[in-house]
Each structure stands twice: as structure tokens, then as C-alpha cells.
Ligand binder design. Structure first.
Ligand SMILES: NC(=O)c1ccc[n+]([C@@H]2O[C@H](COP(=O)([O-])OP(=O)(O)OC[C@H]3O[C@@H](n4cnc5c(N)ncnc54)[C@H](OP(=O)(O)O)[C@@H]3O)[C@@H](O)[C@H]2O)c1
Length: 765
């Protein structure tokens, strides 16, 4: 049942016909005129088109009239589901000659009419309130100040109805209608065409309105004009906005409430944990000093050097230059050096710092005082011990953090320690509350949750357990850019949680190109991962695109820089990949609360909430709601090529012997099988020419692949997959470098001469 106030006018009757044909709607049409002559015929036409029509003669600006029509509508049809505000009186007049009566007659049809009708509809279960406003409230035509003022009021009133009354209100700022409505005549059409304004036809208008009503944008200008005019009006053609269908009710409040309650319970524990971290950190700074002394980078008290020159002198590789600079800050906080720009002065404290045995005693003391942090202390010790080798490029950081591809050492940083556990618990409870609320609202709903960068599942495990009882209502997409982590997650959690769906996803690239429909996800969860992306603006844009309108992003992130995170994760390239200029905290990829708020706002998220508040733990859970509008460049931006700074130059290959084609095919099949088994991708889905990155192969998978291949070929170089970046190249490598072994393995005898041309691998660019 729709109430069309001013529905007897040109556009109102067109809307009525659309509602009749499309929805066989019941219409209450309101106007001041008698329903006779042409109007009577048109109303009959609406009935013929499928509507039931009640025409009510009333001037809604008069006291009591709005209430009367609503009562009459309810008496006939029982309820009102939507209202279209189409009333208008036009009386053009230059402002200096405009009498109060003229001003009021025009204003009232927009101001009084809108207010009175909404007051009369108070309490009705409205599914839409549509305000037919005008482009005049944006640019203003000469002689239409009264109309422009009325339209401007309607824009603001529509926004108020939406925000304050929580109703799905839409404001449409129309351009010029050419074949129906108050100004559909040749004179107007000609005059406007000279300005570049083109007429909107009924079908176009209805399509436009339908799109707006199906979306989440509260106010849209529907305007047809030449491009030069649009440019003059300031339309930015470099960006476009995808507007998604409105989602179910806003349920972020439930998630937030739960998160806050959980947060309050543990605030004091968190403060205690923060103090413990600070103790460990102070020891870590002293151990770093020791490592840099061993490297010959830090000498006796009183010496001074330029940090860049010193890096060159001791051989710090380019890849670690950002880490190197950050380390100077760590030493300064330890009191060992003083920084003046790039100049470093070594302080007396550096000479007084404990030696190796002193540091060991300190470590033992810490292990006794903070047994909970034993894993962190060991990891820190392990990393710092490797620093001289890592900084100078003699050792890969991944080999230190993930020895033999094992995740064990790093895993404990993300789970099984008080702070991580607390935040994981908070996230799990907030998400459970959200799913509960969704199910309570719609008992058959299936909530689609997507975790970005699930890694070893530190957070996933908590969330999956919390959702277990709601399993039939959940699809949990466990994603990571690394196929190794996805495989790990699927194996570790897939059996116990049937609702888990593993998927490789690079959040830095357009998710729709990776099989995720825009607007198809209810909640995106990301724990300590988003900071690792190059452009946070682009990353948040991708998240926004995946989320349906009203969907939530739950970001569990460090919001301050702990020195131990720099010391451990700063060794990896991922920590330093971020682009400058997005407000990250100095010498880190992290953002503080203000930084997150700004970037989330720019990406089109509604105001972000942080829980819990200011515990000093330096970690927060940020919950923000998608407004359903993803702003992006008009031309689809291509995702950047992942940079691999340590990509070595391919070694010069020996001249290939002339193996038989069959043998080569078998070698290729063999290496394909190794990848297929480890990545759980069917062998036929591999393209021998595609680089391993295509399949999500990263340093972790790399280690597993090498381990597997070493069973057949003996010791292999750690850089094997960097130098041979496709299956084809890898097969060629084994054919050339391990020819004997290949022949033994595949039981073939190489003929004396086999004039088969082997495709030479191209050098990776
Ligand atoms: N036409 C365009 O190009 C254009 C452009 C931008 C925006 N719009 C907007 O689109 C809407 C419809 O425009 P339109 O061209 O279809 O205008 P229209 O043909 O003049 O229709 C407006 C209707 O409002 C009714 N009305 C006026 N005051 C009323 C009152 N106090 N109580 C009850 N009904 C009242 C009039 O019926 P009675 O005389 O019987 O009362 C009239 O039929 C308006 O809101 C207008 O601002 C139109």
C-alpha cells in the first residue's frame, strides 16, 4: 500500500502506473483537485494496469488533513507500506518581487506537506519514504528561489527521517522530466537543451528510481545532461561509486555491546600484561645492542656516525634499510644511543649494558617473573641472535621464523598468550553475538564470514569454536594470500568445523576477480594482517566491495608500536611493504585509532568503534559498518604486482643436454604432482607456464616443496623456486641439473642423440 502525495500530477501518475504494473500495488493518491476529466481517466488507467486505487482529495498543508488521509488509507487497505512525496506548487518569481504568499505557497507544498504527512504516518511500518526533490537545491535556477528553498528543506528532512526516525528514506534530486510533469512542454525543453540539460523519459526515470531504492545511497541526483555541463557542475569522472542493495537491519550494535562487555571484564588484566610486555621489551633492546655490537655497528660510548653510512659500512642489505632505521629508534628507547636526524651518538649506557652472560641472567629472571611470555622471550632471543646474519643478507628471515617451514615459533605470538587470547576471545564473542542477532531476525539465514589473512588460525580457532553451535547458519571462508596457510587451516580446522571453506585470497587485488561477488559477505574479520598491505586505502576499498550494505568489518590490530614487534616482524619484508602517506605510525606499518578512523571513513565505512578503550595494551578491535558504497577509480585499477625485493637474478644455466621429450613430460608431471599434493589443487588446473605466485606459493610453501623434492633429488638450493618460477622452468632445471637422477627416477635411457628442442625458460622480469 503506497501513499502518493501529489500523485495526481504528471510524475505521480507515472510512478503510480509503475507500481501498478510491477507490484499490482494498492495506491492512495492525494491531490487538491476533484477527480474528474483527464485525472479521472488516468486513475481508471491505473486500475486497468493492476492497481487498486483510492483517490483522496485533500490539501495536506492544512491542519488535520494529513491525518485524515492516512486514516482513510488504513481504513481501506489496513496499513501503509510506503510514501512518495510528489506534491509541488511552482510559482517562479524574482526574489525582489516575491510576496510572502508566493513564497509560502511554494514552500508549503514541500515543507508543511512533508512534515505533516510524516507526522501522520508515525508508527507505520514504512518500507520506503521517497522524497521527490529537485536539482534546484544543488544549483538553483533564476526565479526559483522559493522552489530551491523548498527542495533544500526536503533534502534535509529526508536525511532526518532516515537518521533520527531510522526509516529507509531516499531523497531523489531530479533533473528535468521531458514528457510528463509540470514543465513537460516544448518551451522548457528548448530552453534547457541550450544549457545542456536533456529530458528524462519516464522509463529512464523509473529505472533510475528503482536502482536508488534497491541501493543504500540515501540521496541521489538523477540528472541527464551533456558531459560539458556535468563537468562544469563539478562531476568527478575519475571516480565512480558502486552502491549495493541495502542489507538487513543494522546489527553492529549487538556485536559492539558484546565486545564492550567482554572488554570491560579484562581491562585490568590487560594493563598487567602491558607492563609485562614492557619488561620483556627493555631486555630485548639490550639484546639488540649486543647483536649490533657483534656486527660491529655499535662501538664504544662517545662515537657518532651517520646511520646510512654505518649501514653501508657493516653491510646491511637494501632490503632491511627500513628495519635498520627503526632499530636506531629501538636503541634510543633503550637509552643506548641518541638520534639527531640521521646522526647517531652512542651513549655511555651502551658500554655499561650487560654482556652475554648478564643478558642470559636477565632472560632467566624474566622467564620466572613472566612465565606466560616464555614463547615471546624465546622468539625474541632467536631473532636477535640471527640479526647480524639477517641484516647482512646471509640468512633469510623466514628461515629464522619458520625453521623447516614450521609455524610453531610464530604461532604462539598469535595465540596462547594473555593479550592475544583476550582479543581473540573478544572477537569471537562479538561475532557470535552478531550471528545470533542475524539468526534471531531471520531464522533461516546463513551468515557469510570471511577471514582475511587467517594465517595459522590463531583467531580463527576461537571464532570457529564460538560459532560451532551455530554452524548451520554460518559459512566461514578461511582465506590467506599464502596457499600454505590455507592448506594448514583446512587440515587443522576443516574436519571439526564443516562450515569452513578454505580459499586463497590476496586482499591487495580486486576480490571480485578472485571469485568473491561484490556485496556477498556479511562480516570480514582481519587479525593483525591489514597493516601488512601496501595501500590501506585500496585494501579497505576491497573489503568494502566484498561486504553487503550494513555488513561489518572487524579489525583486530596493534595500534601502537611495541619494540618487540619491530624486532621480530620487522625482519620480514611484509612488515615494510607499506606505501608512505597513509598516516602509519613512524617506522611501522601500523595505524593508531585516529589513523584507522580516517582511512575507514575515506573508504566509505560508517563511524568506527574501538573496543576496549585505552588499556595501554596497544591493541584494539575496530568494528565498522559498510555504508554500501564502494568508491573507486572509474577505470578499474589493476592490482599491483607483488614486489619481491629479494628476487635473485636467475643464475646462468649450463647448456641443456638433449633429453627425450617423454622424459621431460614425466619430470613435469612429477613436479606438478608435488605441487598438486601440497596445495590441494587438481594437477590439470596447473598451467606449466604460470608463475608460482598464481597459485599462492610463498616462502612457506616454498620450504615444503623443497623438502618434498629433496626426497627425490637430494639437497636443493633454498632459492630453487625463485630462480625457476614456473613448473616448466622447474622441469627444465631437473632435466639439466639432475639429469642422472631424472633418468634413474623415471627409468629411461637417454638415447645417444635426441634432437629434441627443449624450450628454454625465459628469465623472470
Ligand atoms: N517535472 C520535473 O521536471 C521535475 C523536476 C524535478 C523535480 N520534480 C519533482 O517531482 C514531483 C512531481 O512533479 P510534477 O512535475 O509531476 O508536478 P505536478 O504535475 O505539478 O504534480 C504535483 C502535484 O502536487 C499536487 N499538490 C500540490 N500541492 C498540494 C497539496 N498542498 N496537497 C496535495 N497535493 C498537492 C498537485 O495536485 P493538485 O493541484 O490537485 O493539488 C499536483 O498534481 C515534485 O515533487 C517536483 O518537485 C519534478
Amino acid at each position: 500500500v503506497y501513499l502518493l502525495v501529489g500523485g495526481g500530477g504528471g510524475i505521480g501518475l507515472a510512478v503510480g502506473e509503475w507500481l501498478a504494473r510491477k507490484y499490482a500495488a494498492r495506491l492512495v493518491i492525494v491531490g487538491r483537485r476533484e477527480a474528474e476529466g483527464v485525472l479521472a481517466q488516468k486513475l481508471k488507467g491505473l486500475e486497468a494496469a493492476g492497481a487498486e486505487v483510492e483517490y483522496v482529495r485533500a490539501d495536506v498543508t492544512k491542519p488535520g488533513e494529513a491525518a485524515r488521509i492516512v486514516a482513510q488509507a488504513k481504513q481501506r487497505f489496513g496499513t501503509v507500506h510506503g510514501v512518495f512525496h510528489l506534491a509541488m506548487v511552482l510559482h517562479d518569481c524574482a526574489l525582489e518581487r516575491m510576496t510572502e504568499d508566493v513564497l509560502r505557497s511554494v514552500l508549503d507544498s514541500k515543507v508543511k506537506a512533508s512534515v505533516a504527512v510524516h507526522a501522520a504516518l508515525d508508527g507505520e511500518p514504512l518500507e520506503c519514504a521517497v522524497f521527490f526533490s529537485s536539482g534546484q537545491s544543488i544549483w538553483g535556477n533564476a526565479g526559483q528561489a522559493n522552489y530551491a528553498a523548498g527542495s533544500t528543506f526536503q533534502d534535509a528532512f529526508g536525511a532526518w527521517v532516515r537518521e533520527a526516525k531510522g526509516l529507509p528514506a531516499f531523497v531523489l534530486n531530479w533533473g528535468y522530466w521531458g514528457s510528463v510533469g509540470a514543465v513537460a512542454n516544448a518551451h522548457h525543453q528548448q530552453r534547457l537543451a541550450q544549457q545542456g540539460i536533456l529530458p528524462i523519459e519516464v522509463a529512464e526515470g523509473m529505472d533510475g528510481m528503482e536502482a536508488v531504492l534497491a541501493g543504500a545511497a540515501p540521496q541521489v541526483m538523477l540528472f541527464k545532461a551533456t558531459r560539458p555541463l556535468l563537468e562544469r557542475l563539478g562531476v568527478d569522472f575519475s571516480r565512480s561509486v558502486d552502491v549495493y542493495a541495502p542489507g538487513a537491519k543494522r546489527l553492529d550494535a549487538r556485536a559492539l555491546e558484546e565486545a564492550s562487555t567482554w572488554g570491560r571484564r579484562a581491562e585490568s588484566d590487560l594493563r598487567g600484561a602491558a607492563t609485562a610486555y614492557a619488561d620483556v621489551e627493555q631486555w630485548g633492546r639490550a639484546v639488540l645492542l649486543g647483536a649490533l655490537k657483534r656486527l660491529g655497528a655499535v662501538g664504544p660510548a662517545g662515537e657518532a656516525w651517520d646511520l646510512h653510512e654505518q649501514a653501508r659500512r657493516v653491510g646491511v642489505v637494501e632490503e632491511h634499510s627500513r628495519l635498520w632505521q627503526a632499530l636506531m629508534g629501538v636503541l634510543e628507547r633503550g637509552g643506548y644511543v641518541e638520534r639527531q636526524g640521521t646522526r647517531i651518538h652512542v651513549r655511555p649506557e651502551a658500554s655499561r649494558a650487560p654482556d652475554a652472560s648478564g643478558l642470559e641472567t636477565w632472560k632467566q629472571r624474566l622467564l620466572t617473573t613472566h612465565p606466560d611470555l616464555g614463547h615471546l622471550i624465546s622468539l625474541l632471543a632467536l631473532c636477535l641472535d640471527a640479526y647480524p646474519d639477517v641484516l647482512t643478507g646471509r640468512r633469510e628471515a623466514t628461515a629464522v621464523l619458520f625453521p623447516q617451514g614450521s609455524m610453531e615459533k610464530v604461532e604462539r605470538v598469535y595465540k596462547g598468550n594473555p593479550i592475544a587470547d583476550f582479543f581473540n576471545g573478544l572477537v569471537a564473542n562479538a561475532i557470535r553475538a552478531y550471528v545470533h542477532a542475524r539468526v534471531a531476525e531471520a531464522p533461516t539465514s546463513v551468515v557469510r564470514i570471511l577471514e582475511v589473512g587467517a594465517g595459522t588460525g590463531g583467531t580463527s580457532e576461537h571464532v570457529l569454536t564460538a560459532l560451532q553451535e551455530l554452524g548451520q547458519h554460518v559459512r566461514y571462508v578461511y582465506t590467506d594470500v599464502s596457499a600454505g596457510f590455507v592448506r594448514y587451516g583446512a587440515e587443522k580446522y576443516g574436519t571439526a568445523h564443516a562450515f569452513l571453506e578454505p580459499k586463497v585470497l590476496n586482499i591487495e587485488a580486486d576480490p571480485s576477480a578472485q571469485g568473491i561477488e561484490p556485496g556477498s559477505v556479511d562480516l570480514v574479520l582481519a587479525t593483525n594482517v591489514l597493516h601488512a598491505t601496501r595501500s590501506m586505502g585500496r585494501t579497505l576499498g576491497h573489503i568494502q566491495r566484498m561486504l553487503r550494505t550494513g555488513g561489518l568489518v572487524v579489525i583486530n590490530e596493534l595500534t601502537r608500536v611495541w619494540d618487540f614487534t619491530t624486532l621480530v616482524f620487522g625482519m620480514t619484508q611484509g612488515w615494510w611493504l607499506y606505501e608512505e602517506g597513509e598516516g602509519r605510525i613512524e617506522h611501522s606499518p601500523l595505524l593508531d585509532a585516529a589513523g584507522w578512523t580516517a582511512l575507514l571513513g575515506q573508504a566509505g565505512f560508517a563511524k568506527a568503534a574501538f573496543v576496549p578503550h585505552a588499556t595501554g595494551a596497544g591493541q584494539d578491535v575496530v568494528i565498522a559498518r559498510s555504508t554500501g558504497q564502494a568508491v573507486h577509480a572509474a577505470q578499474t585499477a589493476t592490482a599491483p604486482e607483488p614486489t619481491r625485493r629479494d628476487k635473485p637474478v636467475p643464475a646462468k644455466r649450463k647448456q641443456a643436454p638433449t633429453p627425450v621429450l617423454d622424459l621431460r613430460a614425466k619430470t613435469l608431471a612429477h613436479v606438478t604432482t608435488v605441487f598438486s599434493t601440497l596445495l590441494k589443487i587438481a594437477p590439470e588446473r596447473f598451467d606449466p607456464q604460470a608463475t608460482f605466485e598464481t597459485y599462492g606459493v610463498d616462502s612457506l610453501v616454498n620450504l615444503s616443496v623443497i623438502k618434498q623434492l629433496e626426497k627425490d633429488f637430494g639437497k636443493l638450493p633454498a632459492t630453487l623456486l625463485f630462480e625457476n618460477m614456473t613448473l616448466d622452468m622447474l622441469a627444465t632445471y631437473f632435466m639439466t641439473e639432475h639429469a642422472e637422477r631424472v633418468r634413474t627416477l623415471f627409468q629411461e635411457e637417454a638415447p645417444e642423440s635426441a634432437p629434441v628442442q627443449v624450450k628454454q625458460p625465459e628469465a623472470p622480469t
